[in-house]
Write a protein that binds this ligand. Structure first.
Ligand SMILES: C[S@@+](CC[C@H](N)C(=O)[O-])C[C@H]1O[C@@H](n2cnc3c(N)ncnc32)[C@H](O)[C@@H]1O
Length: 278
């Protein structure tokens, strides 16, 4: 049965095929968020759209007093809880909690979080501006918001190849109308939204990587770590179209591979840092 993009059922399904394993690309993105949060010793952190909980777990490992990950999917929340337990152990994982919640309607007290993070998620939200207003509400005065977005589409072939391959098999692999999509929230759009909320000292840090990919299998494992919905679509299609999906990769690889047969695919992203005035 098809489910509509963005519904809880959709994200439940995506969470069931996510991995807790990082790839080079996802680990680099995680690090860029950790660089952006600044000093976290003793602080209360909130991660929006936490997925498998990698960011709150890393924040606890680096000294945060408490990290809460919220997400719409109960399937994902259960997996994130287990991931925290496995990584941090039973005592430290008490400081890393997860809760089912909508990014736009947080059941948290006003001015209760020192740091809010949002990685690979803002374009998945139907009303990002309303979400930013809600995040501003729960941020403490002097608190910090960090939000990741992608660079221009032309600089992100690592990401754009997946929908191209999937669209050959599944006409529905693009995001539905009403969502911004991963390349539609540019730094200038995000900067305006952050300013409109009253956030100050807004900075953008830029990152660029080039990822060597040696096989179709490796490519889809990278997608599993950075483009979970696309990977989920791939897993559904793989059941019926395994050989054809491999052939689709081979066709692309032939066109763009180096002389040694390695495909190198670029990815750029930005991390916005914005502080709530005291
Ligand atoms: C692409 S995943 C990113 C997960 C994680 N931040 C990471 O970096 O791996 C987007 C996440 O946003 C969650 N999500 C989607 N809509 C949401 C909403 N309205 N409120 C909270 N979480 C949401 C999804 O369930 C999913 O876990």
């Amino acid at each position: 049965m098809e489910v509509t993009y963005g519904t809880r059922q959709h994200w439940d399904r995506v969470a069931s095929t996510c991995s807790t394993q990082e790839t080079h690309a996802s680990a680099h993105m995680l690090d860029s968020m950790l660089n952006a949060v600044g000093s976290i010793e003793g602080k209360h952190c909130l991660d929006i759209g936490t997925g498998m909980g990698a960011l709150p777990i890393a924040l606890i490992e680096r000294g945060a007093a408490h990290a809460l990950g919220i997400d719409v999917t109960p399937v994902g929340i259960a997996r994130a809880e287990q991931h925290a337990l496995d990584t941090l152990g039973p005592i430290r994982s008490d400081a890393c909690t997860f809760r089912e919640a909508d990014a736009e309607h947080l059941t948290l007290e006003t001015a209760s979080c020192d740091i809010i993070t949002c990685l690979k998620t803002i374009w998945c939200l139907p009303q990002p501006q309303a979400c930013l207003a809600e995040w501003y509400r729960v941020l403490t005065p002097g608190g910090r918001l960090t939000v990741q977005i992608y660079g221009p589409q032309r600089e992100c072939p690592l990401l754009t190849l997946a929908p191209r391959i999937l669209s050959v098999f599944d006409g529905n692999s693009t995001m539905p109308r009403g969502y911004y999509g991963p390349f539609e929230i540019s730094w200038s759009v995000l900067q305006t939204w952050l300013q409109e909320q009253g956030l100050r000292d807004i900075q953008f840090h830029e990152y660029a990587i080039e990822v060597p990919v040696h096989s179709s299998e490796q490519y889809w494992q990278i997608m599993r770590s950075i483009a979970m919905s696309a990977y989920h679509t791939y897993t559904r299609l793989r059941v019926d179209h395994h050989a054809a999906l491999e052939a689709a990769w081979d066709r692309w690889a032939e066109r763009i591979a180096d002389v040694d047969g390695t495909v190198r695919l670029g990815l750029t992203w930005l991390v916005a840092i914005a502080d709530k005035p005291l």
